[in-house]
Design a binder for this molecule. Structure first.
Ligand code: 26W
Length: 825
């Protein structure tokens, strides 16, 4: 709390420690940092060295560093105002940012200095870094992408705001109890948050419900309820501190936090009900990443943050540029999936009802300003809202959506589209209960609609958006995802970074495509050995960490085979687990063979309501317990389920991985970004021709990746002609045995039927084609074994991966968005 208050105070008064700047010599810098840390500890945290606990030192370190960041933040903002150029606004219900201290230190080049300043007080920077909670305001890929994008925007010196919600409880903490996932609230703000600044002056009223009246053409919406959205800003530091941008997260307050009369009359709950309603809005992140949460609260969250963000953007534009009609020249708004798509209607409402533009003018401005990114084709993840709910909560927006729909459908008619196409394009789904289709709203309200990998963008055109694509054939475009090489290589893998720097210099940190200079050295035996040493050292570190977490001892010379991501049937952790069981059988049947020792590492969270995903977690734990305690496989096979997978764990696991599992049913993983992170760190991918795996294969070369299984086209054809998984299972001896073992309770003797249903479903329908791909997958794994045994070959492949994935830097992705969607330099 103290730190938080200090934060507010500081933001208001600017920095006051220039006097502490003594000299620029390295020792002088250390001295200066030490002085600043002590000053922060004493005067802002309120402790002296004797009383200070590690957490106090952590806060003091952040506050000391933060002063530098704030100076750069002011300078960045001033530069943006002077240039009067275009700003990018990234609207996202999720930002999976993780920890910030190491990110900020490393991007500012202050790591060593901070380390030495703390050493003088017997403190270890790495230990303090571990005290920072992992900010998990997101579910998975989409949220982490938003965080990588924010870092790249700052590193590329593009003025940008990220807009989202400051959830009190982000992603839940996962505990594994006897193998089962248990969800606990994560209290990331429990010790205050020294990175954030509350901006009381940037507050907006958000209305819900009520009536719309019209008086001589002037439309007035009188909401039944209003909640105040207040900005809480976190600085985002770009590489070498070039620019500091703002992540602006909204928090909610009641206009009347307490109704005193009611309180004094004894109705305490009633008196506080308004604030409770406001708090509820920002209380939790919806922990589902693939099934649209139908609840009213989710729509309230979506409108709350979209409205606050759009009001903020419009206010800023009018303040600096005067005429609202020039908005598209000064603002590019990107919608991260459909979650903020009500922003289309909200911008229309402000332009028409508050700025008195016509529908046609407003529609042109809206479409010229907004872009929309689609992240999934899973039909169950496509958001739509029951029309009565939408209309009750947002009556004015419903009118506007009808007006937009009329406009679009007239256009469709004129273009000669038939009834079926028109029904598919409509913003209102008329099948059964009427619903508002958020993807269609986002599509028509945007000038650009992009997918996140080439295959995914192609499928968008052929499937969900086929008819909209006919009507607007130039709107869909591809922007293949990327990841920031600062966090995912430079910070998380300092050993590899050091080695690459020695080999090719350090230009690759700012320009990842320079990693290609390594390709010419891929066959160099000495380099290969050193890459191997780095990998081994990272594996030793991870083994030590996992031993603390799980009690298990791992052999760092084994092949570390990793699948970490959300648990979902389409991602096919089950395929990996069944193959693990089959391998276990093989090892026991043929102990004389020269097996490659493997450690199978799993990690990931299941949506709390997703029954099968939770059962898969239990299966992984059941299999692990059984195999790890079986002396007949000894060190040859170990299985670990790492609890509470999050960004910070990913940063430890990925640098230690040899093999990256990217084995989704082809056509179902929009892109994947974990696949890129592993490749940057020299792991080989075993994967299907899905999402960005295809583009990774194109770049690293067929010899340096292990591809197996049905293509997206083959999956569709197999389903169309009638797929019989039982036949497939019965014809594969290995698969049939493994499925039978699991179904019969070999891994669940305490409850023999635990997996009967799961295995029956595999036999009967197997929507995700686990059986269809099993033999190919098992063969691919034996191919991995063979490649592993050729040590020189493996090392060369690892280097070829590192050398050829620079293109998957989010800097490249953001440059493409900037040029082709946003029209910024
Ligand atoms: C409404 C509930 C909900 C919430 C989130 C539905 C769907 C989502 C996201 C679209 C899920 C997600 O994270 N998608 C992932 O986005 C990544 C970044 O583009 C891709 O790399 C992944 O392939 C995709 O699954």
């Amino acid at each position: 709390m103290l730190a938080e208050n200090a934060a507010r105070h500081d933001a208001a008064s600017g920095s006051s420690r220039s006097a502490a700047r003594v000299t620029n010599s390295p020792q002088g810098k250390v001295q200066e940092f030490e002085t600043r840390i002590l000053d922060a500890l004493h005067h802002r945290v309120g402790k002296n060295e004797r009383a200070a606990k590690p957490h106090d030192w952590y806060n003091a370190a952040v506050l000391a560093l933060r002063d530098d960041i704030i100076d750069k933040w002011f300078a960045s903002t001033a530069r943006t105002h002077e240039a009067a150029g275009k700003r990018v606004y990234y609207l996202s219900l999720e930002f999976l940012i993780g920890r910030l201290l190491r990110d900020a230190l490393s991007n500012l080049g202050c790591n060593r200095v901070m380390e030495q300043a703390l050493e003088r007080h017997g403190l270890d920077l790495a230990r303090l870094e571990e005290l920072e909670p992992d900010a998990a305001l997101g579910n998975g890929g989409l949220g982490r992408l938003a965080a990588c994008f924010m870092e790249s925007l700052a590193s590329l010196d593009i003025p940008a705001f990220g807009y989202g919600i400051r959830y009190i409880n982000g992603m839940f903490r996962q505990r594994i109890d006897e193998g089962w996932q248990v969800e606990l609230p994560e209290t990331w703000l429990a010790h205050g948050n020294p990175w954030e600044f509350e901006r009381r002056e940037s507050a907006y009223l958000i209305g819900f419900g009520g009536e719309v009246t019209s008086d001589q053409g002037a439309i007035r919406w009188a909401p039944a309820e209003q909640i105040e959205a207040t900005a809480v800003d976190t600085p985002v530091v770009g590489w070498q501190g070039k620019r500091v941008n703002t992540l602006r997260l909204w928090t909610a307050n009641a206009l009347d936090p307490i109704q005193l009369a009611a309180f004094n009359a004894g109705d305490h709950a009633g008196a506080l009900a308004g604030q409770v309603r406001a708090d509820t809005l920002v209380r939790v992140l919806y922990p589902a990443d693939s099934t649209a949460a139908g609840q009213e609260l989710r729509l309230r969250q979506e409108f709350f943050f979209s409205s606050a963000s759009i009001q903020d953007i419009v206010r800023r534009h009018v303040q600096y540029h005067g005429d609202i009609r020039t908005l598209p020249d000064k603002a590019a708004i990107q919608l991260n999936d459909t979650h903020p798509s009500v922003a289309v209607a909200e911008l229309m409402r402000l332009l028409m009802d508050e700025h008195h533009l016509t529908f046609a003018e407003s529609w042109d401005i809206t479409r010229a300003t907004i872009g929309y990114t689609n992240h999934t084709l899973l039909p169950e993840a496509l958001e739509s809202w029951p029309l009565p709910l939408f209309e009750r909560m947002l009556p004015r927006h419903m009118q506007i959506i009808y007006a937009i729909n009329a406009n679009v459908l007239r256009e469709a008619r004129r273009a000669g589209l038939d009834d079926a196409a028109i029904a598919a394009i409509s913003l209102i789904d008329e099948h059964g209960e009427r619903r508002v289709r958020m993807a269609n709203l986002a599509f028509v309200g945007a000038h650009s609609v992009n997918g996140v990998a080439a295959l995914h963008t192609g499928l968008m055109k052929e499937t969900v958006f086929a008819d909209l694509h006919k009507l607007y054939p130039t709107r869909i475009n591809n922007k293949t995802n990327g990841v920031t090489p600062r966090r995912w290589l430079h910070q998380s893998n300092p050993r590899l970074t050091g080695l690459v720097r020695e080999a090719i210099g350090d230009g690759f940190i700012a320009d990842a495509e320079r990693l290609s200079d390594l390709a010419a050295m891929a066959g160099d035996a000495a380099l290969g050995e050193r890459v191997d040493e780095v990998k081994r050292a990272n594996k030793v570190d991870l083994s030590n960490h996992l031993r603390e977490l799980t009690g298990l001892r791992l052999d760092p010379d084994a092949l570390f085979d990793v699948q970490i991501k959300r648990i979902h049937e389409y991602k096919r952790q089950l395929l990996n687990l069944i193959e693990t069981v089959a391998l276990y059988d093989q090892i026991r049947s043929h102990p004389e063979r020269d097996w490659v020792p493997r450690v199978k590492i799993f990690g990931g969270k299941a949506a709390p309501t997703y029954h099968n995903a939770k059962l898969i977690i239990k299966l992984a734990n059941d299999i692990a317990r059984r195999i790890n305690s079986d002396p007949s496989v000894g060190e040859v096979l170990k299985v670990v389920f790492v609890p509470n997978y999050n960004v910070s764990l990913a940063e430890k696991i990925i640098p230690a991985a040899d093999l990256s599992e990217q084995i989704s049913t082809a056509g179902m993983e929009a892109s994947g970004t974990g696949n890129m992170k592993f490749a940057f760190n020299g792991a080989l991918t075993i994967g299907t021709l899905d999402g960005a795996n295809i583009e990774i294969m194109d770049r690293v070369g067929r010899d340096n990746i292990v591809i197996f299984g049905l293509t997206a086209e083959e999956v569709a054809a197999t389903r169309a002609k009638g797929y019989n998984p039982r036949e497939v299972i019965e014809s594969s001896h290995e698969l049939a045995q493994a499925v039978k073992c699991i179904a019969d309770g070999v891994f669940s003797p305490d409850e023999p039927d635990r997996y009967r249903g799961l295995m029956d479903a595999l036999m009967q329908s197997d929507w995700f084609m686990v059986a269809a791909d099993f033999d190919a997958y098992a063969a691919a794994q034996r191919d991995v074994d063979a490649r592993w045994q050729n040590r020189a070959g493996w090392r060369k492949s690892a280097i070829m991966n590192i050398a050829n994935v620079g293109w998957f830097s989010s800097d490249r992705t953001i440059s493409e968005y900037a040029r082709e969607i946003w029209g910024v330099k």
